[in-house]
Write a protein that binds this ligand. Structure first.
Ligand code: URA
Length: 433
């Protein structure tokens, strides 16, 4: 078999056989297929797409490219939640402790920021001392004791995705359905959960920009997960505006803590309640209404917040910041962003807001770059809000003052203010079972 023939077949719109797909993935992981051939293959997939059979086979090849985990040492039902990536999306920090506090195990493996989107692992590492690289024994023992632990992905898990993602990132082939599916589901299937709830984002800050694309993405992921024996469910949630009021690592952890205290922004709280409800429902804890009541009670009683604090302590973090978020280190500099005209904020380019936050230091431009954990943006006004010219619409934070001008320009270019009030968008567009 030759990689040249596989690229040509896909370029001409042919359907690849399982053998051809495994030949590509295995050869690429071993370093036998060079980046230039892999890039040509990815671009051919980008333009010609893949059938469901090819997408499933690519997902299985990614899963089988490294170790698969064994969570049989964890007692009880294990449920995971995975977001396709967004801006201000700190839902895992809220839903994981809620669900764990209600008796369902969450052995969560999360990622770092990708492109303009933030990552749970970077957010957690803004908590002083917090360790995201536990041994398998310690991870399983914390999940058994507290119901939840969140760690980064080990290097041995789905190495094909690691290599392919880095290549997609620099060859403009990220936003491609079969490649997103195989990347996310290849990793999810290599872990050992019983149930998976997918939070498929849609809109200007998501990799799938339209609701139709997002529903299709959800359907394919649910289908593939089920064919691998998992209980699956997906929600299509809005990412045409950032979720909540904060973008940036410690700012988002603080917002998650406030939400677990019952003081979170309405949009973010609603999405967290819906996701946690669906996780419990999928794990068989009751009807949707019963599960929703349990979730709201776990927030009101403070047991979900307590579970987060215990998890932070068990993962070597300073749990005093959970009870007193003022202890988080503050950025040295802040700058207000003012409305350039009067009217309603009718539209924001959420990806642009994510990039503005990265420009302040909240993300990396290169793999090696250090994150400024206190950098980011607090949104004072959001889509649909009325503003007066000169009114503060956001506050930016950074430890490097020189970063402000570029970030403010990017932010303003991503904000559209007009006279007419925009139509409200739903927070959840669809549920795919
Ligand atoms: N998240 C992933 O892990 N992979 C993708 O391709 C997109 C989002």
């Amino acid at each position: 078999m030759r990689m040249y023939d596989i690229i040509k077949k896909k370029r001409d719109g042919g359907e690849l056989t399982p053998k051809e797909i495994h030949f590509f993935v295995d050869g690429y992981v071993k370093g036998e297929i060079p980046d230039y051939q892999a890039s040509a293959f990815l671009m051919a997939v980008y333009y010609k797409g893949m059938t469901i059979n090819e997408t499933r086979e690519l997902t299985f090849a990614v899963r089988d490219s490294g170790v698969t985990l064994d969570f049989s040492g964890i007692d009880g039902i294990r449920v995971d939640k995975h977001s396709t990536g967004g801006v201000g999306d700190k839902t895992s920090l809220v839903v994981a402790p809620i669900v764990a506090s209600l008796g369902v195990k969450v052995a969560k493996m999360s990622g770092r920021g990708l492109g303009h989107t933030g990552g749970t692992i970077d957010k957690l590492e803004s908590i002083p001392g917090f360790k995201t690289d536990l041994s398998e024994e310690e991870f399983i023992s914390i999940v058994n004791d507290l119901g939840v632990a969140i760690v980064g992905q080990s290097h041995e898990l789905a190495p094909a995705d690691k290599k392919l993602y880095a290549l997609r990132d620099v060859t403009a082939t990220v936003d491609c359905l079969p490649l997103i599916v195989s990347s996310i589901m290849g990793k999810k299937l290599a872990a050992d959960d019983d149930c998976i709830v997918l939070d498929v984002k849609t809109g200007s800050g998501a990799f799938a920009k339209t609701v139709e694309e997002s529903v299709r993405l959800a359907e394919v992921m649910v289908d593939i997960g089920k064919s691998a024996g998992k209980k699956m469910l997906a929600l299509i949630t809005d990412m045409d505006r950032p979720l909540g009021a904060n973008i940036g690592n410690s700012l988002e952890v603080i917002e998650a803590i406030e939400t677990l205290k019952g003081n979170g922004p309405a949009d973010f709280t609603e999405v967290c309640v819906i996701l946690a409800t669906n996780m419990l429902y999928l794990a068989g804890k009751g009807s949707m209404t019963e599960c929703e009541d349990m979730v709201k009670k776990a927030i009101a009683d403070g047991i979900a917040l307590e579970t987060l604090a215990k998890m932070v302590k068990a993962q070597h973090g300073d749990d005093s910041v959970i009870y007193n978020p003022d202890l988080f280190e503050k950025a040295k500099f802040s700058r207000e962003v003012k409305a350039e005209k009067s009217g309603y904020i009718v539209r924001v380019d959420t990806e642009g807001y994510g990039i503005a936050s990265l420009m302040l230091g909240a993300g990396r431009n290169t793999k090696e770059e250090e994150i400024d954990y206190s950098a980011g943006i607090t949104l004072v006004k959001k889509t649909g809000d009325k503003v007066e010219k000169g009114e503060v619409i956001a506050v930016m934070y950074t430890n490097d003052e020189a970063r402000f001008d570029g970030a403010v320009a990017r932010f303003n270019n991503s904000t559209t203010i007009k006279d007419e009030k925009p139509q409200e968008r739903p927070l959840v567009f669809a549920r795919v079972e």
